[in-house]
Design a protein around this ligand. Structure first.
Ligand SMILES: Cc1ncc(COP(=O)(O)O)c(C=O)c1O
Length: 398
């Protein structure tokens, strides 16, 4: 057994601030049924999480072990997640007149999306707690990632997915050996079926933000953005938002890095992007409501953003307010235009979610939210190769 340098101390309720010990697996906060967040001894972390030490470390997301929750090295379940490209969008920066325009390209992760980070962290922690069987509802990419990490760690994976999830996601889950159940309905219906199965069979449910560790994995996107920018904080980060774990994680990264002393107290303006056909968080933000209303009949080809209600809605609302950010709706045609532009101008074949953030940045520049000298980062969360069946008509016609 080799101890990691983790300084993981306790879990904190995101609503009440109540603290909980980490000796046994917890999911939602016992005091509020809202998400729990991992808290670390950041003074201790600052002693070893330094620029000099980072040069010598492994090249994946586990290089930031002081502020990750795994205590024993042997429990890390890794497929090489993280260390994804951070690139200047040279051609699009001219077209959109955003001089400092960058992409963090998460399509390079195992299983083709940023979901690998969250599931690597969640399954590693589940392994540390001795959990053998897990369950999750998913719009698609998370299920693929969960199934891959479960295969690697010999865990039983159970997946509940909407029937019309992308074909690639259904196929990869089966290939990775998961028990796949297709549900007639949306991710919320898959969530109900998954919760029932969890109760019936005593499975550990790793639904997004309903267990505390996926967000820790996704936090490493923010850590990498900071490191790849040489510890400079960008002015704007634009993120395609469904369940919201990504945006919560990236914000948490900049908070922790500030306390550790690796970045200044400047914070990026965070931008939530959702689909016209499913925008509960944008609606809530525009109405100044901390808690979102479930979006009825969600419809968009961006399966990852087809989430009618996010458990962490109030956390995301606070992030938007605190960061002077904003929230944007993009329709499916615009997303596809964004996919085409990223491909033809920059050589990146992005998921529709990536197309959405690109078009959001175009709009925000036009409207003046993005200023002349702003350093703008868009996070392309996934690969178009996962959505070929959903996007086929765009490229071949009907
Ligand atoms: C490609 C893609 N982008 C974005 C999202 C939304 O991510 P989050 O749950 O972190 O908001 C998902 C979730 O399924 C996804 O698969």
């Amino acid at each position: 057994m080799t101890k990691t340098l983790s300084t993981f101390k306790h879990l904190e309720c995101s609503l009440t601030g109540d603290m909980f010990p980490i000796d046994k697996p917890l999911r939602l906060s016992p005091s509020s049924e809202k998400p729990l967040l991992a808290r670390y001894d950041l003074n201790k972390a600052a002693k070893t999480l330094t620029q000099e030490n980072l040069y010598k470390r492994r090249n994946d997301m586990w290089r930031y072990q002081e502020i990750l929750p795994i205590l024993d090295d042997e429990n890390i379940v890794s497929l090489g997640e993280g260390n994804t490209p951070f690139m200047k969008l040279n051609n699009l920066s001219k077209i959109f007149q955003i001089e400092n325009f960058y992409v963090k390209d998460e399509s390079n992760n195992p299983t083709g999306s940023f979901k690998a980070r969250g599931l690597s962290a969640a399954i590693s922690k589940a392994k540390e707690y001795g959990i053998k069987s897990i369950v999750m509802p998913s719009a698609g990419n998370a299920a693929g990632a969960m199934s891959a990490y479960a295969a690697k760690s010999n865990m039983e994976a159970n997946v509940f997915m909407p029937k019309d999830a992308p074909l690639a996601n259904k196929m990869e889950c089966i290939a990775f050996g998961a028990n796949v159940k297709l549900v007639d309905g949306f991710i919320s219906d898959a969530g109900k079926a998954s919760a029932l199965e969890a109760e019936k069979r005593g499975l550990f449910d790793v639904s997004t933000l309903k267990e505390p560790y996926r967000v820790e994995g996704k936090k490493t996107m923010g850590l990498e953005i900071a490191e790849q920018m040489d510890w400079e904080v960008p002015d704007v980060i634009i993120y395609p938002t469904g369940g919201g774990t990504g945006i919560v994680g990236i914000w948490k990264a900049f908070q922790e890095l500030e306390q550790i002393g690796l970045v200044s107290s400047k914070k990026p303006k965070m931008v939530v992007v959702q689909a016209d056909g499913c925008s509960p968080l944008v609606d809530a933000y525009e109405k100044n409501e901390k808690f979102a209303k479930p979006f009825e009949n969600p419809k968009t080809l961006a399966a990852g953003m087809r989430v009618p209600l996010a458990v962490g809605d109030f956390i995301i609302y606070d992030i938007l307010k605190k960061s002077n950010g904003t929230a944007v709706r993009i329709n499916d045609d615009e997303m596809l235009e964004g996919v085409s532009l990223l491909a033809s101008e920059e050589g990146i074949f992005a998921a529709p979610e990536g197309g959405a953030i690109l078009m959001a940045s175009k709009r925000l520049r036009k409207e003046g939210f993005i200023k002349d000298s702003d350093k703008v980062v868009i996070v392309n969360t996934g690969s178009a190769y996962k959505y070929l069946d959903m996007m086929e008509n765009k490229f071949w016609g009907d």
